[in-house]
Ligand binder design. Structure first.
Ligand code: BT5
Length: 259
């Protein structure tokens, strides 16, 4: 897939180097190793399968062949860093809309859902050196050719692009589009263009009543908005407002809203 991809990939940073493997424990680890060894920014690590694919907080990412599993190496400056976790979800949304016509939305902070089911996930791991970020690894998993209904652990909550579109989509085409969109967004951010308005426009979480777990805390309220660095602004039931940098969202079921 790497050769086919490289031939028609028009990017400035993302995908300047592409490493492709049949099986890895996790693309995150190999990308981090490459970053520590000083690989060029935009290096992409692809795997057909992962034996220990992971999500946030040590959760498992079901990683079978036929899907997209990749990590990208960045060396962000303070200009790009605040937006780094918004860019991959936005790139994935743009790629899905452009290549399939489906209408995904983003569950804050960065799950990609179609009709309430998760079709892609994003994991950003930053490594500090002193106070500065020395490298950031952006991981993206997109379900394409997977019948999620046959995988009991994710069947109720997950879906795939083939299932949703009723087609056999070409993973290489979707990958190329994701990398191109991510590159455009990253270059724009480094030139001072903020992705926040577009990202906010795709957030399905806003305007809903949610419960959010953040570390050991659990807060409930109305998801009113996001600020310019992507923090969620939550109106608590007692009227106070909190600003959350990350966390796990559970939608509350209301009589008139069964999302
Ligand atoms: C994420 O974590 O959504 C980030 C997933 C990032 C995966 C990529 S694949 C390439 C790179 N290499 C890695 O090792 N990881 C990255 P989180 O928000 O914590 O969601 C994890 C939860 O999503 C799990 O606990 C399951 O409930 C669900 N899940 C697991 N596998 C899934 C899948 N294939 N599709 C949809 N949902 C899944």
């Amino acid at each position: 897939m790497a050769t086919v991809l490289k031939e028609r990939l028009y990017t400035r940073v993302v995908g300047r180097r592409i490493l492709s493997y049949k099986e890895l424990s996790s693309t995150m680890d190999l990308a981090a190793q490459e970053a520590r060894e000083g690989t060029i920014e935009g290096t992409v690590v692809l795997a057909t399968e992962q034996t220990m694919g992971r999500g946030r907080l040590q959760r498992t990412w079901v990683s079978r062949p036929g899907n997209l599993l990749l990590s990208i190496v960045f060396y962000p400056s303070l200009k790009e860093l605040p937006y780094l976790s918004m860019l991959p979800s936005l790139a994935v949304v743009r790629a899905i809309v452009g290549e399939t016509g489906l209408a995904p939305d983003i569950k804050w902070p960065n799950d990609i859902l179609i009709m309430g089911k998760k079709v892609a996930g994003v994991l950003v791991e930053n490594t500090l050196e002193g106070d500065a970020i020395s490298y950031a690894i952006v991981g993206i998993g997109i379900n394409i050719a997977m019948d999620t209904s046959e995988i009991p652990e994710i069947a109720p909550i997950a879906t795939s692009l083939d299932l949703e579109s009723g087609q056999n989509l070409d993973p290489a085409k979707i990958l190329r589009r994701v990398l191109q969109e991510l590159d455009k967004l990253y270059v724009a951010v480094s030139e001072g263009v903020s992705p926040v308005e577009e990202w906010r426009g795709h957030l399905g979480t806003l305007g809903k009543r949610v419960t959010i777990q953040w570390g050991n805390e659990v807060v409930s309220g109305l998801a009113e908005g996001v600020n310019d660095t992507g923090h969620l602004l939550l109106r608590r039931d007692d009227g106070g407002r909190v600003d959350l940098p990350g966390g796990e969202v559970t939608f509350q079921l209301l009589a008139e809203d069964s999302t």
